[in-house]
Structures are given as C-alpha cells and as structure tokens.
Design a protein around this ligand. Sequence first.
Ligand code: AMP
Length: 287
Amino acid sequence: MRTVRTKTEVREHLAAPRRAGRTIGLVPTMGYLHDGHLSLLRAAREECDVVVMSLFVNPAQFGPGEDLDRYPRDEERDAALAAEAGVDLVYAPPVAEVYPQGFATHVEVEGLTDVLCGDPSRRGAGHFRGVTTVVAKLFNTVQPDVAYFGQKDAQQAAVIRRMAADLDFGIRIAVMPTVRDEDGLALSSRNAYLDAAERERALALPRALRIAAERAREGSLEDGLTAARAELAAAGIEPEYLEARDAADLSPVASLNGRPVLVAAAARVGAARLIDNVLIDPPGGAD
Ligand code: AMP
C-alpha cells in the first residue's frame, strides 16, 4: 500500500491499472477509522481490482465553531488499518492541494440539502456544499468505477447520488449499511468525544429509532415518532431533529406509503453532535 499527497501522484498510480481495464473503487473518509469505514473498504476490496481510500478532514464542510480543530486524527493508525483491509492507495492531501490559492468553484445540490442536517437553522446547506465540492474533486482525481458511502450519513448518500447522476460522473454509488457497536450506538469518529456517562445517554438515540421503526410497522408512523421522542426525552435528549422522510428524495412523509421511509435524528450529547437513522422498508420490499 502506498500513501500519496498529490493529485498528480494519484493519477500516475492509477494510469496503468486503468489502461489495463482494471476497476477502481474509491472510499472517501475523514480518517480516524472504525469498523464502519472498514466495512466500506472491505466491500470495495471484494468488488474492485484497485482500492483507493482518501483521507482528508475537509475544512469546507465544517461550519464556524464546529469541531474542525479538534476532529480526531491518527494517520499512522489509519494507514495500518487500511493496509490490513487491502487498500492499495491512500490519498491524504494537505489542505492546499485540495483548495489552492484562488480556489473559487463549488458544487451545490439544491433541495435535498435544505432539510435535516442542511436546514439553515442547523448546520446549513454550506455543510453539504463542502461535502459535494470535495467529493466531486475526489471523483475527478480518482475517476473510480464505484464509490462507497455509509447509510449512517443517509442524507449525504442521497445528496451524492443526486450529484453523481446530475453531473454525469458515470460512477456507481454504493451505500453500505450502518455498522453499530454491540450496544447499538452507530460507530462514528465523533464518539471519541463521549465520556462513559454521555455514551450511556447517547444509546437513547438508536433505541428511539428502533422504537420508531417498530411502532411505525405495527401502528402508525406518527405513533412511532411520538414514542421515539418520549424515549429521547426520558434520557434528557432534546433532538435537533427527529423526522420521517422519503428515503430517496427526502420529502416529508406522514405515513408509510409503500416506499422506503427514513427516520433520521440528530442530537447533541455532551461535546458530540450525533446523527443516526433507520430505514423502514415497505412490507414485501421497495417498488
Ligand atoms: P467520515 O470519515 O465520517 O466522513 O465517514 C466516511 C464514510 O464512512 C462515509 O461514507 C460515512 O457514511 C461512512 N460511515 C461512517 N460511519 C459509519 C458507520 N457506522 N457505518 C457505516 N458507514 C459509516
């Protein structure tokens, strides 16, 4: 496995395999790898001839006052884990390689980025503009056949699918299931901010989402959301949002309507802003 810092090196390393018709898989990450990241790397390893992992804490997707400066980083450990997972090439550029002096172009997906985490009263659409801009740049640098993302960030996955289709990238977007700890908490690099008591409290989030899905299937979606809110309140958690949305276009839904429904939540617990979601497939599968 090689680690490179520049776009030119990425292109040089991929030129020969591309010419030989080998398939390339890309896994974009901000590092501090956990089993969620590793599940994406393993899927890429299984499905593609060459696996590229990007490692870049993208300043453009952090708002002012967010955790850019204290975001956990450990490149050495990440490189060891990536090598173990069979990654061929790590692209870990410095900020100036991605955003050189004079950088002025952004990619923005409209609509899907105004809701949930993109709601102007929360992280704002600027967060997703940062994500889509950097992912578009990674797509152009690596030119993968397949790019892997996690369902844990369901809105991000929907936004990137839209961008890839709208801008004719010709890249298959693979979305892999959320990996959880044994206690149910969705793995996240930001879980490192939680102390033991906060972590215990944070478990209300996956519990509430599980309850929402169960009640929605047995009764109504509204019952499910009410029960989930009660579960969060009992743990002293006031969510930033807890909402049911169409899983594909993120439009609001009031009841299970024969299409996959996403129940998504964000909440601050201690110093960590946590997000999680559950997907409710219609009985008999999606259309
Ligand atoms: P990040 O490093 O947090 O930007 O995440 C990199 C990729 O890993 C994104 O596509 C995330 O959706 C995905 N990811 C993060 N946490 C998980 C998880 N618990 N399960 C599955 N995928 C995840």
